[in-house]
Design a binder for this molecule. Sequence first.
Ligand code: ZN
Length: 469
Amino acid sequence: MSVGEKGFIQLNIGGTVFCVQASSVKTFPSSLLSQLDTTHSSYNKAKDCYYFDQDPVSFRHVLNAYRNGELHVTRDVCPQQFRRDLEFWGLTLDLLAPCCWKYFYETMEDVETISKILATLSHPAHNQVGIINENKLGNTDRTNNCEKVKSTSKLYTFLEEPTSSLGAKIFCYLYMVLAVASISLVIISLEQWARVDSYIDPKTMSNYSIWDFSELEIAIIAQASGVSVKVLWFYLSDPALSVLVLDLSILTFFVIETVLHFCSCPDKKSYWRNTYNLVKITLILSTAVTLVFEMKKSLLNSDLRFIAYIFCKSLCVMRLLLVFRLRKLYRSLDILLLSMSNSVRELALLLFAFSVCIIIYGILISAAEVQKDTFDNIFNAMWWALITMTTIGYGDYFPTTSMGYLVGVLCAINGLIVLALPVAALASNFAKFYTHYGHFARMEAEINNKPNIEPSPGCTVEDLENKPD
Ligand SMILES: [Zn+2]
């Protein structure tokens, strides 16, 4: 160590000269400052000074850490930058004082959130997101990306990116209209007025027509067969031919779209990794199975097949999920999904807290009402606790004793608290993602408008100043 007059050492940090007491830099022996000596590459013998091309502002905080034994960060230093500077100076983050944790880690969380948004929105085939991604996250895989884009066929871009052309946008809206139409068909086909006499497979079905029976007779037959009137109606009738034809046409459209999309996809592995594609294929398969069963009801002769049929039919309602294709046009939908998938911890907390409370209040109310026999079993009591805690209160079960009322009061209040806390966390999560998405959108607009912002080569500072407002 070169110790100048009066035990001071001189440090030139990015142009600012610091005079530091030689003894104070010994506070952290493993740090860079305490290991400095005249053989160090940064030492300038002529000036008796160590030169480092580092930020002098954050070095001020580093020096303070040597004096006080703890790190503080002021708002004029970016925490991300400060972290890198600390690494350079050989100091560790455990020195950070609790008063500065919030500022420091909030920024870290912001960076994580933005990374997640960029990862969700980035796609090699189009727009500026990929470029922002590379610039902000230091991704150097650009040539690879470009090659991928080149190899992407026009058909794939047309099907995958509604923003790529006007035609693709119109196609996306057509897809949406058909998805909504197919959902409407599922709902309509369950209504009696949209059903006709069972006209398929007359061999196995009896020759009578369901329209020949009165409502009372149908009820009697249903009771005799051990099924509900609805199931009997359903079994003895079919969706009207027009409904069936429309459903088949829409299904054909979806099948063709899926086949073309899959065949034109340059990266088949990534196709299978996409949740939306998996949902789409599942829905198409379930619709196909449902249609086969509806065309040939004699196949429904076993319970297992009937359950499979009902399961597939229920899945058909999930066709509404196809609407999420719009997320490519309206990215905020993506942000909604992203914030939900990032709130798994909060949802798990909600579920856990609720389960514990339901069990506790279920047991308490059973004990309080034991004399009156209000609840047949513990599960009924737990059901009561759930309905009370969620402030629904159907009133199918209610306490009748003073102790029961007391438990009811506690259960209701507890429910409000348990429900409110994780919901607030969920809401703040969504707000966080949405705010950052707003910033991202501004950044993207900034990049798109860049050529307009830069002054033209012939434009001087005087020109800009003299420009009339
Ligand atoms: Zn502080």
